[in-house]
Design a protein around this ligand. Structure first.
Ligand code: AMP
Ligand code: ZN
Ligand code: FE
Ligand code: FE
Length: 270
C-alpha cells in the first residue's frame, strides 16, 4: 500500500473527445493503483454520470468533474470544476449554453470551409458517437471526406487559430462560469495555466474569484509547476493535478501519471 493519495483529476472520456469509456478508465485506474480520479469532459457531465453508476465496483474513487469552456477577450479558457451538485440548475444552464454554442460553431466552420472549397454537412460531423461536438470531431470528418491525410494535418490546415477557416468558440464568460460552479457547491479551478495566451489572463481569472489552479499538469515541467505553486500560494488558491488524458500514445498510457499533492478539500466527498 502507498500512503499518499494518488490522483488524476483531468481525464477525458468518450463522452467528450477521449477514446476510453468511463468503465475502462475506472478499471485501468484500479490496475494502476490510482486512489481518486475525476473525468473532466469538455462541457458535459454525461461521462461522470455514467461512471458514478458503476463506481461502487471499483476501488478508485470517482469525484464529480467537468472542464467548462469559457470565452474571454477572444480567447478560449478552460475552467475545471469539482465536487459540484450534478443536478444544480445554474450549472446545467451553463452546460446547455456551451453545447448550443458548440453546435453553432460547427455551422460557422462549415460556412467558412465552403469559401475554401471544402464541403461538409453537419451530419458528416455528427456521425461520431459523442455527447459534445468539437474540433476533434470536425478533424475526423475532414479526414474521412479526404480533405486531409490525417488528424494532425486536418487540425493544422483547417482548425488551429492561424487557419484562415478558424472560428472561435463563443462560450460563456469566466465570470458566469465561476459563479455557476459556486452556486452548484463546486470548486472552480483554472486549467493548464501554461496554455493561456497572455500571462495577464491568469491574474484576471484569479480576480474573478477562481478557487484553484491546476499547478500540477502532466506537460508542465518542474519550473512551471514551481511557478504556479508559488502563484497559488500567493493568492491563496487550492491546487490540483491531472494528465489531460484523451487517448494512449506510444509513450503515454492512462495511469502512468498521478499527482499526490492535490488539496485535500478537493478530494473529500461533498
Ligand atoms: P474545441 O473545444 O472544440 O475547441 O476542441 C478542443 C480540443 O481539440 C482539445 O481538447 C484537444 O483535444 C484538441 N486540439 C486542440 N488543438 C489541437 C491541435 N493543434 N492539434 C490536435 N488537437 C488539438
Ligand atoms: Zn479535449
Ligand atoms: Fe483544456
Ligand atoms: Fe482537457
Amino acid at each position: 500500500m502507498h500512503s499518499e493519495t494518488r490522483a488524476d483529476l483531468h481525464i477525458h472520456t468518450c463522452y467528450s473527445d477521449g477514446v476510453y469509456s468511463p468503465k475502462k478508465l475506472l478499471r485501468i485506474a484500479d490496475e494502476k493503483k490510482l486512489d481518486v480520479i475525476a473525468f473532466a469532459d469538455h462541457d458535459t457531465i454525461d461521462g461522470y454520470l455514467a461512471g458514478a453508476e458503476i463506481a461502487e465496483d471499483f476501488r478508485c474513487k470517482l469525484i464529480p468533474g467537468i472542464e467548462v469552456s469559457c470565452y474571454y477577450k477572444g480567447f478560449d479558457i478552460h475552467i475545471l470544476a469539482y465536487q459540484f451538485d450534478p443536478k444544480n440548475q445554474a450549472l446545467l444552464d451553463v452546460i446547455d449554453y456551451n453545447l448550443q454554442e458548440r453546435e453553432n460553431r460547427v455551422l460557422r466552420f462549415i460556412d467558412k470551409f465552403a469559401e475554401y472549397d471544402v464541403y461538409l454537412t453537419p451530419e458528416d460531423i455528427k456521425t461520431e458517437k459523442t455527447h459534445i461536438l468539437g474540433r476533434p470531431h470536425i478533424a475526423n470528418a475532414l479526414v474521412k471526406a479526404g480533405y486531409a491525410r490525417n488528424y494532425t494535418e486536418a487540425f493544422n490546415k483547417y482548425l488551429v487559430n492561424e487557419s484562415p477557416t478558424f472560428t472561435a468558440k463563443r462560450a460563456l464568460s469566466p465570470q458566469k462560469v465561476i459563479r455557476a460552479i459556486k452556486a452548484a457547491g463546486g470548486i472552480s479551478v483554472l486549467a493548464h495555466p501554461f496554455r493561456l495566451d497572455h500571462e495577464q489572463i491568469l491574474y484576471d481569472i484569479i480576480e474573478m474569484g477562481v478557487q484553484g489552479l491546476e499547478a500540477h499538469y502532466m506537460s508542465h515541467n518542474k519550473q512551471l509547476v514551481g511557478k504556479y505553486l508559488q502563484i497559488a500560494q500567493e493568492h491563496d488558491l487550492l491546487v490540483t493535478g491531472g494528465s489531460d488524458f484523451h487517448w494512449p500514445t506510444k509513450n503515454k498510457k492512462f495511469g502512468d501519471y498521478y499527482c499526490t499533492k492535490v488539496s485535500k478539500k478537493i478530494l473529500n466527498n461533498r
